[in-house]
Design a binder for this molecule. Structure first.
Ligand SMILES: Cc1ncc(COP(=O)(O)O)c(C=O)c1O
Length: 648
């Protein structure tokens, strides 16, 4: 048929064959290219910039540009040495399914328009349900990825709790994925509605911590509505104790959401199933086929135990979709179950690749990854210069090289240099993270292409390669430039003016020295520019605390940061005295720091005034400004935060 965008059938075939030939050549040897080819924006503009052509071009020439100018400038996430972030190998049948789905392009929002495609998606979701051990009645859908799945799940959870309210509270661990912070932000949750809870020494959330935080919130009249647990945290692969958390949630009538985005498919193996015990008890689960089920990007999924809740949360039937909305028994309109109306045929790639290879092959691929991670762990343990930072769990291992005498900053600088050096070989790529503020190299072994040799090479590199100490930086004689101009000093307040911690203190109440002397000699601020110290004084609120007064209460949600100008303050957890803060010390930094999306830790300790004195209180925004303005303060804080998190 003639139309402006028609291609004759022979040209279509030629274009298709040429594309397949080029891709097969590329995929035949994933290790042949460097694992990552970076490029500057200028180089990319030079290669790819320019207005769209008005006239037709030759498909072969267009394809050649893609092969030469586009595909090489990326990471090869299927490279056997790709151990960074989350690798994403994709099977060839899944890629062909993408082509098939795109070429056929069914509308997968309504049964009426895509009965078979809808049934394929229902089948795939039901596979997932059984793999996780969720009951019949569970429903779900495919979405763009883990972020979209987390948002979908929490919207359903909030709806189940009665809808939006300023009193609702959601709990996440400090190891939760950042998409949950974005979810909370997208849902309009304010900082006091998200409780970031500390994990234990194994990077897992303890049920006692959750129960205590929930009880404190209920006492304060707030409405806890959901707990987000991890089943394969991105940092370490840690799996929260799902059965115990499910018990707490059942007792507290709290929705249990499990983010198993990358780790959940380990349930296909016996080892993974044991690790994920309890996942089937969740009210909702995030599971990303584009991670450990070897599917192309943009394939996430969410499962909801009480499947009917999906439609209660999302179904809306406008007049212009009349005819689309009536469906008989078993006929599902996926557009009623999520955020997307127009949606493509994501399920086909999963269905085609599983039918092509069979589950045994998927199980074997995942099992091999689990074993390679254990090999990496054993190799780390065999090298005296390497420290295991988090044990091999669900394909993730964290470790670091130690250098005698190197402090945290120097360890991170040298560790990062080793990571860069590895990247420059083109043979492997790893990423880094921080665990309780401490630098760690992170290996995520999810590619079926990776072998024992690839893992050995990486560990040997970190054990043996040299990363020279940086020449000692000269002491700065000029203040670091400020990110924003310091505020003008405010007028002096009358000496001894009291502003209680509970009262709305005035920023105008700025007192002159000796408080200023304390600030200037504080270890935290040593080396900070005078203008920074002045800005802190101008931005802060001065408080006079009385003996016995609680400045901070455990589990509260306020996020202020306190500098001790005078007096003494006991930091107490469960009646246990953790430390006493005196002049020049500070507290409240864990909650004041941005964990992500503007949310911070809940208060982990109570701070009680033991000897009357004066405090300077900064908002979390001003605290963040201080950290951003002064790199030395930031580095010192990282060390302090690491220590204080250990004391929790
Ligand atoms: C545990 C976890 N949750 C959620 C996500 C977000 O998934 P996506 O990148 O597919 O949006 C990730 C991504 O790495 C993850 O590891």
């Amino acid at each position: 048929m003639e139309h402006p965008l028609a291609m004759d059938v022979e040209a279509m075939r030629r274009a298709g064959y040429a594309t397949v030939d080029a891709l097969v050549a590329r995929l035949a040897d994933p290790g042949a290219d460097p694992v990552l080819r970076r490029a500057s924006a200028a180089e990319m503009r030079a290669r790819l910039g320019g207005p769209p052509p008005e006239q037709a071009g030759d498909y072969g020439a267009v394809l050649a540009r893609v092969i030469d100018d586009v595909l090489p400038y990326a990471s090869r996430t299927d490279h056997p040495g790709y151990f960074a972030f989350i690798p994403s190998f994709t099977t060839w049948p899944a890629a062909l399914a993408e082509l098939t789905a795109a070429a056929a392009n069914p509308y997968c929002g309504a049964w009426m328009e895509a009965a078979a495609a809808t049934q394929v998606e229902l089948e795939v979701i039901d596979w997932f349900r059984t793999w996780l051990g969720m009951p019949a009645g569970t429903a779900g859908l495919l979405v763009g990825g883990g972020s979209a799945a987390n948002l979908t799940a929490l919207l359903v959870a909030r709806d189940a709790a009665g809808g939006p309210s300023g009193r609702t509270v959601v709990y996440v661990s400090d190891q939760a994925h950042s998409s949950l912070a974005r979810t909370a932000r997208a849902m309009g949750l304010r900082p006091h509605q998200v409780r970031v809870l500390p994990t234990d020494d194994s990077w897992r959330l303890s049920p006692e911590t959750v129960a205590a935080a929930v009880r404190a919130d209920r006492r304060a009249g707030r409405v806890p509505f959901a707990l987000c647990a991890s089943a394969g945290s991105t940092n370490t692969g840690a799996v929260d104790p799902l059965n115990d958390l499910a018990d707490v949630c059942a007792g507290e009538e709290l929705w249990l959401h499990v983010d198993a985005a990358y780790g959940g498919f380990a349930a296909l193996t016996a080892q993974g199933r044991a690790l994920l015990a309890g996942v089937g008890r969740a009210d909702s689960v995030t599971l990303d086929p584009h991670k450990w089920l070897f599917q192309p990007m943009e394939c996430g999924s969410v499962l909801i135990r009480d499947g009917a809740r999906l439609e209660r949360t999302f179904a809306i039937h406008p007049d212009y979709l009349d005819g689309n909305d009536s469906h008989g028994e078993g006929e599902v309109n996926f557009a009623d179950r999520g955020l997307q109306l127009s949606r493509g045929f994501r399920a086909l790639k999963i269905w085609m690749s599983v039918h092509t290879f069979g589950l045994t092959a998927f199980r074997a691929a995942i099992q091999r990854n689990l074993e390679l991670a254990e090999l990496a762990q054993a190799l780390v343990r065999s090298h005296a210069g390497l420290t295991l930072m988090a044990p091999a769990t669900l394909g993730v291992v964290c470790f670091r090289r130690e250098w005698p005498g190197a402090d945290e900053a120097e360890t991170e600088r040298r560790g990062t240099a080793l990571i860069d050096a590895l990247e420059s070989t083109g043979t492997a790529l790893v990423s880094s993270t921080r665990l309780a503020g401490r630098h760690a190299v992170r290996l995520c072994i999810l590619n079926p292409t990776s072998s024992e040799g690839d893992v050995r090479r990486v560990i040997e590199h970190f054990a043996a390669a040299s990363a020279p100490r940086a020449p000692d930086a000269p002491a700065p004689d000029t203040p670091a430039p400020l990110a924003r101009a310091p505020l003008a000093r405010a007028p002096l307040a009358p000496a001894g003016q009291r502003v209680g911690p509970g009262a709305a203190g005035s920023r105008a109440g700025v007192i002159a020295d000796p408080d200023g002397d304390v600030l200037r000699t504080m270890p935290l601020l040593s080396g900070a520019a005078d203008s920074t110290v002045q800005a802190i004084r101008a931005r802060g609120v001065y408080l006079d605390a009385a003996g016995g007064e609680e400045v901070i209460r455990r589990w509260d949600s306020d996020r202020s940061f306190y500098i001790v100008l005078s007096g003494r303050y006991d930091v107490v957890i469960d009646a246990r005295l953790i430390r006493t803060a005196g002049p020049g010390d500070h507290f409240g930094e864990l909650a004041a720091r941005d964990w992500g999306g503007g949310y911070g830790y809940t208060r982990l300790a109570t701070v009680r005034c033991a000897e009357p004195g004066r405090l300077l209180k900064l908002t979390s925004e001003d605290f963040q400004w201080l950290v951003d303005a002064e790199p030395a303060v930031k580095a010192r804080l990282a060390t302090i935060l690491a220590e204080r998190l250990q004391q929790r």
